[in-house]
Design a protein around this ligand. Structure first.
Ligand SMILES: Cc1cc2nc3c(=O)[nH]c(=O)nc-3n(C[C@H](O)[C@H](O)[C@H](O)COP(=O)(O)OP(=O)(O)OC[C@H]3O[C@@H](n4cnc5c(N)ncnc54)[C@H](O)[C@@H]3O)c2cc1C
Length: 437
């Protein structure tokens, strides 16, 4: 596909054809696509009306992240989404405003219109009925094409600048291009081989934006020591607590997967951004695991006491194995230097209380994370106060819009990051469409 050399001027140039870029493009052209559909394909007047939209992506095949998402099933959204499912160093009011532009029922209807019906699974997660991420990507690409959007692949945008005539000039590896409005939808740094390598932050910074320092989010964690190594492959539901500066910063509950390098699974991934942010701020951070979710020290101790009374001959290891995987129980008793074969009822009071403490607040020696290569999202990004929440137009650079993961917003696991991509794309796309109607 050849790119024009500073001849054509598009109304809208979108940098990045991931979830947010595709959504922005489709919403920017939606009124005219619908009008054309209503009038019939042969009505050329409606086909050419509306803003011309061109999407640039540095990757040969855009949408890599959609394809790998949700174990190649794409967790498109969640039945219940609110600003409380997201993190930012900016204002949650901005997130709320953006999310309200595309409520979940509207997301479901939008996908249905594109030929993708969704169903609900555990924790409210929404997946395509076909369980194929490829169907989601193909529907978005098909809709983009039907909307008259021009997609330029293998076209990396190297710089964006303003020319004296007020137009934007996009320097790409395939030549320069000019546009009246530009949308940055370049994603964050997670999974850099997908094309989202953080280059977008430089584009935004060069246009006057402050970048809140980034860290990996939704990323597996590395542990020191040997406790985890023999548990590799074991999964259990836990409470994970992150303590920053001696205070409880967050407690997350959910499945935890022990691995050869440390921990993964929803609990670890959801906790990871808080650990990474604390480290970034050079604050002292501790992570503890509660093996009996929801139980305080007092209740754990009471459970051990009553178990000892009810079953006086039951070994400590066997008692613990009632509530947690046997291999974890064995590892815990060994690491805590507590007798495993001794009946629970015969533990000294001190040892029983030490065991109760180990069960509710076992220290995990987290040394770091697996980094952006294994992260599902990026925390930090373009400062939210620098965009108008009604349009996502930059307050620093008129005619520039910022959407998706590039902004300082990261969601928890469960379809929230895609919902942010669709909703922010809807806000910017609708604003761009409005300008032309
Ligand atoms: C393994 C994995 C699984 C995930 N699973 C889920 C899930 O199931 N549900 C969920 O909600 N979220 C999931 N996520 C998160 C979700 O994929 C992202 O939050 C979302 O894709 C962000 O959309 P985006 O459009 O902002 O950025 P991206 O999807 O990262 O797209 C950015 C695009 O911009 C392009 N680009 C970057 N710089 C340039 C440039 N200079 N010039 C041209 N093009 C450029 C890139 O090639 C890329 O195509 C997952 C992420 C990963 C890594």
């Amino acid at each position: 596909m050849s790119l024009p050399h500073a001849i054509d001027v598009d109304d809208v140039a979108i940098v990045g054809a991931g979830a947010a870029g595709l959504a922005t493009a489709i919403f920017a052209r939606q009124p005219w696509r619908r009008a054309r559909a209503a009038a019939g394909q042969e009505d050329a007047s409606t086909a050419v009306a509306g803003p011309t939209v061109r999407l640039f992506d540095g990757a040969r095949k855009p949408g890599a992240k959609i394809l790998v998402s949700g174990g190649s099933r794409c967790n498109v959204s969640n039945v219940a989404v609110s600003e409380r499912d997201f993190w930012t160093s900016g204002s949650h009011a901005v997130i709320r405003r953006v999310l309200r532009a595309l409520p979940v029922p509207m997301t479901i209807a939008w996908f249905r219109e594109m030929g993708v019906t969704l169903h609900e699974e555990e924790f409210g997660k929404l997946f395509p009925d076909s369980n194929r991420a490829r169907d989601v990507l193909e529907a978005l690409l098909r809709t983009a094409t039907d909307s008259g959007i021009r997609l330029c692949v293998d076209a990396r945008v190297l710089a964006v600048r303003r020319s004296p005539d007020g137009l934007f000039v996009l320097e790409t590896n395939r030549g320069d291009h000019r546009a009246r409005k530009v949308v940055l939808a370049t994603g964050g740094r997670a999974l850099p081989r997908s094309g989202s390598d953080g280059g977008g932050y430089e584009l935004a910074a060069a246009l006057g934006h402050r970048i809140v320092p980034t860290t990996p989010a939704l990323v597996p964690l590395l542990l020191d020591g040997r406790f985890h190594t023999r548990l590799s492959g074991v999964s259990q539901v836990v409470d994970l607590a992150v303590w920053v500066g001696g205070r409880l910063a967050i407690r997350v509950s959910g499945p935890l997967l022990w691995t050869h390098f440390g921990i993964s699974g929803p609990a670890a991934l959801n906790a990871s951004r808080h650990i990474e942010r604390a480290r970034l701020e050079q604050r002292q951070v501790r992570v503890t695991v509660g093996f009996l979710p929801g139980l305080t020290f007092e209740r754990a101790d009471a459970r051990l006491t009553s178990c000892g009374t009810d079953r006086p001959k039951l070994s400590t290891a066997a008692a613990l194995a009632q509530w947690l995987p046997g291999s974890v129980a064995d590892a815990l008793l060994e690491a805590a230097e507590l007798p495993s074969t001794l009946p629970l009822a015969r533990l000294t009071r001190v040892d029983r209380r030490r065991l109760a403490h180990a069960l509710v607040e076992w220290e995990l020696p987290v040394t770091g994370s697996r980094g952006y290569t294994f992260a599902e999202a990026t925390a930090g990004g373009v400062d939210l106060s620098e965009v108008d929440p009604a349009t996502l137009e930059s307050r620093r650079c008129h005619g520039l819009y910022l959407v998706g993961e590039l902004l300082d917003v990261d969601g928890r696991l469960g379809g929230f990051n895609f919902q942010w991509a669709w909703a922010s794309g809807r806000v910017a796309g609708a604003a761009l469409a409005q300008e032309r109607s």
